[in-house]
Design a protein around this ligand. Sequence first.
Ligand code: BMA
Length: 314
Amino acid sequence: MLYEEKGLFRYENNPIIKPSDYPGADAVFNCGQTMYGDTTILLCAIKMKDGSMPFMHVARSNDGVNFKFDPKPFITQSKLPHIHDLDGWPIDPRITYFPEEDTYYIMRPGNSDAGCVAFLGKTKDFETYEDIDVIALPNNRVPCLFPEKINGMYYRLDRPYVLLDDPHNYYQRGYIWISESPNLIHWGRHRILLKPWAPWNGIKIGPTPPIKTDEGWLEIIHGVSSSCSGQRYSLGAILLDLNDPTKIIGKCNDYLITPDREYEYNGIVPNVIFSCGAIADYKDDRLRVYYGAADTSIGLATGSISEIIAMCKK
Ligand code: BMA
């Protein structure tokens, strides 16, 4: 193995979900993740071999490693007229459980010829899903919501991006931004929260739904680095002030995990470890991260919440 695991450690029987687990699937993309009671829920976009548009499917597990897909897709292309045409390639759902409203909000990018917008939707039971609205203009990717209001406002993180034209490469550059809203629909006071700062994330970085801890909001982020043979997606972490999440109070200088296994190197997009969230098992001081490996299968990596926080503060 070339690259040490530095805070997130792979489950020995990875990948835990493979395309062969869903009939006709070509790839299982990066998943949203949350607890629904005692059940671990993964929301996976599945690309079919017949080339049809990916839909999002709920996979459930009682032990966190053995998952079973629901028979019907959970999110399909939106039927709402103002969303439908923007909803061309449903992927990358980010789930935030909002206890105060007993609601799971789902933010996701909407890919279309108009660019990439951001959608908000919700569910209470992972049986029925309701689209709410378009909440960001192009190009905005990886939007995600904090799990509670802070000083009376909803907060979100996202990554607007610019397309760079380079004679040798085509890539996007993106920073993490933070904004606030009184009602989840109208967002403003946009601020840059963080720019890439280390070799493992030199091109762009992107957020996942923040996890509340006594020490601050823990954020698993992805970071992209580039070389003449392509891009590499790794995971890292940052820590935000609980009362003022526009303040960064810690960040890992190194990645927590970076591609290093055959199923992370080989697939639809090689060299990718990408996550749309993380699950905190507070009693066990454990963080579970279900990640997309090479945009083809799902792996699990776990780490200690307190150790990752300590790494952020170093
Ligand atoms: C990002 C997202 C991820 C994907 C990654 C690598 O922009 O689309 O879902 O894993 O690219 O392809």
